[in-house]
Design a protein around this ligand. Structure first.
Ligand SMILES: Cc1cc2nc3c(=O)[nH]c(=O)nc-3n(C[C@H](O)[C@H](O)[C@H](O)COP(=O)(O)O)c2cc1C
Length: 383
């Protein structure tokens, strides 16, 4: 049996174990996928300075994100339909994050509900909000997140309308999958996945079904979701959402210096520099390429977090050096989950932790809070 030593190994195993429709849903970007690819490729171009003969004992990866202590500054990004990568996926990933000591963010478009996740965790998790046209539903979601004691609201601002992923259209993506001959044959090749799905009752969007008006069944759900993302969402809405929530607010999906400055004016706790993992505006720059300018523009007016393209602990370190206080992984934990369930999410985190720790040491540092742009090699890259 092949050892799972890096995130690419977990991806290969997930590809075998997760039905094609859901594996592709994770491993895809909008249109030509150029931004999705750039997120990963631009990391590879950045080189680190190797330092020697410095004391490397007693290293620490512990830090804080929006004032919460984290065992390393790497949270789990909100991802929709996670319970389709593996039965009860959100509950398992939240538990893995809790045991690891890092934040878990539950998507509005999750399979397991806010209440499902709260029922299997002790530490507060974070909730990601999509603003729908049905404002009563949105207010209800905010109140449910409060009642579940979520400790931060992550407002996603880069999905007022949906980018198109060709693979999802070709695969006829739906949750649960439609029982076409093609899908039945595909699922028959993934017995573990099927067994898990047969055991659980959580197979559709449980934050929505039974909570939104006129959405009681699957047929009404898909038309509801397609119409509901609010294309009129504006900076003004951030104010009432912040007020209704009353707790820590994070704005996710900032990719432009101007927007970052405006975000800092809202009084939110943090921004996440993100292009939605290359799933929205294809042709937008990679997140790591814009991070330094954004970090410089906002200074210490707002905490800067980062996601997109992180596939190793080295990538985490590069993002931290270039101005991020915290980072998130999306696909890496989804691959771990699809490959091995909860232990797979922990393995993904552990792989990243080990890589981060060794890289920190080989760069001559002992404390993750002590990294900066001086650790980036400035000479010509030797790709
Ligand atoms: C399968 C999938 C589903 C996603 N669903 C959501 C979502 O529901 N809400 C959201 O704010 N971001 C969503 N994202 C974006 C992630 O939160 C994050 O920005 C992105 O995955 C980071 O890039 P990475 O996957 O390269 O780590 C999703 C990403 C993926 C891969």
């Amino acid at each position: 049996m092949r050892l799972n030593l890096d995130i690419a190994d977990l991806k290969a195993l997930a590809r075998r174990r997760v039905p094609k429709m859901f594996f592709d849903y994770a491993d895809s970007g909008a249109w030509t996928e150029s931004t999705y690819r750039a997120n990963e490729e631009d990391f590879a171009r950045i080189k680190l300075r190797q330092r020697v003969l410095v004391d490397m004992t007693n290293r620490s990866l512990q830090s804080t994100m929006i004032g919460e202590t984290v065992s390393m500054p790497v949270g789990l990004a909100p991802t929709g339909s996670t319970g389709m990568q593996h039965a009860d996926g959100e509950m398992l990933a939240a538990q893995a994050a809790e045991e690891f000591g890092v934040p878990f963010t539950l998507s509005t478009m999750s399979i397991c509900s806010i209440e499902d996740v709260a029922s299997v965790t002790r530490k507060p998790f974070w909730f990601q909000l999509y603003v729908m046209r049905d404002r009563d539903f949105v207010l209800g979601l905010i109140d449910r997140a409060k009642a579940a004691k979520c400790s931060a609201l992550v407002l996603t601002v880069d999905l007022q309308i949906l980018g198109q992923r060709h693979k999802d259209v070709r695969n006829g993506l739906s949750a649960p999958p439609k029982l076409t001959l093609k899908n039945i044959l595909d699922m028959a090749m993934r017995p573990r996945w099927c067994a898990g799905m047969l055991r659980t009752e959580r197979r559709t969007f449980r934050n929505i079904v039974g909570h939104a008006k006129n959405v009681g069944d699957l047929a009404s759900l898909s038309s509801w979701t397609n119409e509901q993302f609010d294309p009129q969402l504006s900076w003004k809405d951030v104010a009432w959402i912040k007020e209704r929530w009353g707790g820590k607010l994070i704005l996710k999906g900032i990719l432009d210096v101007e927007d970052a400055r405006m975000a800092a004016d809202t009084g939110a706790e943090a921004i996440i520099v993100s292009n939605h993992g290359g799933r929205q505006l294809d042709g937008a720059p990679s997140t790591i390429s814009v991070l330094p300018d954004i970090a410089r523009a906002v200074g210490d007016r707002i905490e800067v977090h980062f996601d997109g393209g992180i596939r190793s602990g080295q990538d985490v370190l590069k993002a931290l050096c270039l101005g991020a206080k915290g980072t998130y992984i999306g696909r890496p934990f989804l691959y771990g989950l699809g490959a091995l369930g909860k232990p797979g999410v922990k393995l993904a985190l552990d792989i990243i932790r080990k890589e981060l720790d060794i890289t920190l040491a080989l760069c001559g540092k002992r404390d993750i809070r002590d990294v900066g742009p001086d650790m980036i090699h400035r000479g010509p890259a030797m790709d």
